[in-house]
Design a protein around this ligand. Structure first.
Ligand code: NAP
Ligand code: MG
Length: 500
């Protein structure tokens, strides 16, 4: 059911929610074997919503065994691409039929504005599953150009059991970015959602099986990163780990792989993405709209958050004024209120971390243009003001480290060369935006920026047809979205035949 963005409808939909809180293994819900549970809370109120099964090694093991059995059995892995497509399209239809519920779960557990969940997160989730489903019976394998005495077929086969470990910032969407291509390619998946946001992934798995996915082809093991996440990373029978999250934890997955079975690892990690504005920009009002969206969409809890505005000094003051005026219209408030543009931080400790970055910005001498404090503390929730710092130096902590909150740093520059130099002076390289009217500069700078996605005269991550992932410490060995995502969940096999 879709959800009307209107308070009474939202309130009654919250009351009608039937929460899934057990692990989903072998096509069924079951508690963790230990019986342990952990509290999931609403970060906009600080109140506990539910107690979720705390899976550990024993449960990951059960899930991997089920996934392996499904893979070996072939009911999914050897199903024809046409039929896999039909099941995944049915899955997308069921996601659509339950879109309102999924949106509410992400809003309640994630502190995300309901408008974003209804209009962006869930539709993008459905689109992702449909897009990958649609590709399945349109992909061809290859025949190598050998001589007439041989036939060499180059085939793509599913990797096997894929462990997916994902973050809390876009719960359904991050699940879909892994599930669409991994299931599409015929793999079995064991998914660990972030501890803060498990419930939409659990519901998605239930819907996938309802759509005809064989039991075991998708298992969801909620739990802590250090236990369930690590158990996936180190499991000897997991063939591939697909991770999205912090660079710090991403590094651990490389170690887990090295110390276990050399499972394939792909990492989508953090960012400190620049928005570069050259001296001859397009309309400042348009740039301001993109810049505010880049910095404050999803509370800045976005891997591609445009957190550094690197702007030519000749246009800086006029642009910052427009950005601040627009940012004042981004209401911080209850995520269930359709008027809210900025919800809460994901949890108390994260709010405190964001506030400590703001304090560092102030003490290092950056100028506060707006915000800079905790907001709505009377709600019991973890809100932070939309915050803009001007006169930031690229060496300051707020310009170097990923804050993952609604904090924009404005860094003035004197030339195109300086802008490119500062933009690239970062350990990260996930995304970048560039604003200029000069076509040559657009091409020149877009190529010079070291980032997986460069958007010109807009803030964008591209769409489902374009790969998304990072250079440098923003990623490793992989991309989400597009046909490139599909391919990375496959092994390349050569079958060489002698023709007598
Ligand atoms: P995180 O702390 O790294 O957690 C990500 C996932 O890893 C969670 O499921 C977490 O479980 C798990 N985990 C934590 N510690 C682990 C360990 N020792 N071993 C195995 N797994 C472990 O990241 P986050 O705070 O949830 O998400 C924010 C980060 O994700 C940001 O850095 C953001 O840039 C990045 N991100 C990147 C992309 C991209 O496409 N490049 C997209 C979205 C987000 P618990 O929740 O239980 O701790
Ligand atoms: Mg964590």
């Amino acid at each position: 059911m879709s959800l009307a963005l209107e308070s009474a409808a939202i309130e009654s939909a919250v009351l009608a929610l039937d929460l899934r809180t057990d692990a989903f293994i072998d096509g069924r819900f079951s508690p963790a074997r230990s019986g342990k549970r952990f509290a999931t809370e609403n970060p906009a109120t600080g109140k506990v919503i539910a107690q979720v099964a705390a899976c550990d090694l024993a449960d990951v093991d059960r899930a991997v065994q089920s996934a392996r059995k499904a893979f070996e059995g072939g009911a999914w892995s050897r199903m024809s691409p046409l039929n896999r497509k039909k099941v995944l399209l049915k899955f997308a239809d069921l996601l659509e039929a339950n879109a309102g519920e999924l949106a509410l779960l992400d809003c309640l557990e994630g502190g995300k504005p309901i408008g974003d969940c209804v209009n962006t997160d869930v539709p993008e989730t459905i689109h992702c599953i449909r897009w990958h489903a649609e590709t399945l019976d349109k992909i061809y394998d290859r025949v190598a150009p050998t001589g007439p005495e041989n036939l060499a077929m180059i085939l793509r086969e599913p990797v096997g059991v894929v462990g997916a470990v994902i973050p809390w910032n876009f719960p359904t969407q991050m699940a879909a970015w892994k599930l669409g291509p991994a299931l599409g390619a015929g793999n079995s998946v064991v998914l660990k959602p972030a501890e803060q946001t498990s419930m939409s992934a659990l519901r998605m798995a239930e819907l996938a099986v309802e759509a005809g996915l064989p039991p075991g082809a998708l298992n969801v093991v909620p739990g802590m990163g250090e236990t369930a996440g690590q158990a996936i990373g180190r499991h000897m029978d997991v063939d591939m780990a697909a991770f999205t999250g912090s660079t710090e934890v991403g590094r651990l997955f490389l170690r887990y792989s090295a110390e276990s079975n050399l499972k394939r690892v792909i990492l989508e990690c953090g960012g400190k993405s620049p928005q570069v504005v050259l001296a001859d920009p397009p309309e400042l009002d348009t740039i301001a709209a993109h810049a505010v969206n880049a910095a404050f969409w999803n509370m800045g809890e976005n891997c591609s958050c445009g957190s550094r505005l690197i702007v030519h000094e000749s246009v800086k003051d006029a642009l910052v004024e427009k950005i601040a005026a627009l940012a004042h219209t981004w209401t911080v408030g209850n995520p269930l209120d359709p008027a809210t543009r900025v919800g809460s931080m994901i949890e108390k400790s994260h709010m405190e971390k964001v506030l400590s970055y703001i304090a560092a910005g102030k003490s290092e001498g950056a100028k506060v243009v707006m915000g800079g404090n905790r907001a709505l503390s009377e709600s019991g929730g973890y809100f932070v003001d939309v915050t803009i710092f001007d006169e930031v130096a690229n060496g300051m902590k707020i310009a170097r480290e990923e804050i993952f909150g609604p904090v924009l740093s404005v860094i003035p520059v004197k030339s195109e060369e300086e802008a490119v130099k500062l933009a690239n002076e970062s350990n990260y390289g996930l995304a970048a935006s560039l604003y200029t009217r000069d076509l040559n500069a657009a091409h020149r700078v877009a190529r010079a920026l070291r980032a997986g996605t460069v958007s010109v005269n807009c803030f964008s991550e591209g769409d489902m047809t374009t790969p998304f992932g990072g250079y440098k410490e923003s990623g490793f060995a992989g991309r989400d979205k597009s046909i490139f995502a599909h391919e990375q969940y496959t092994e390349l096999k050569t079958i060489w035949m002698q023709i007598g």
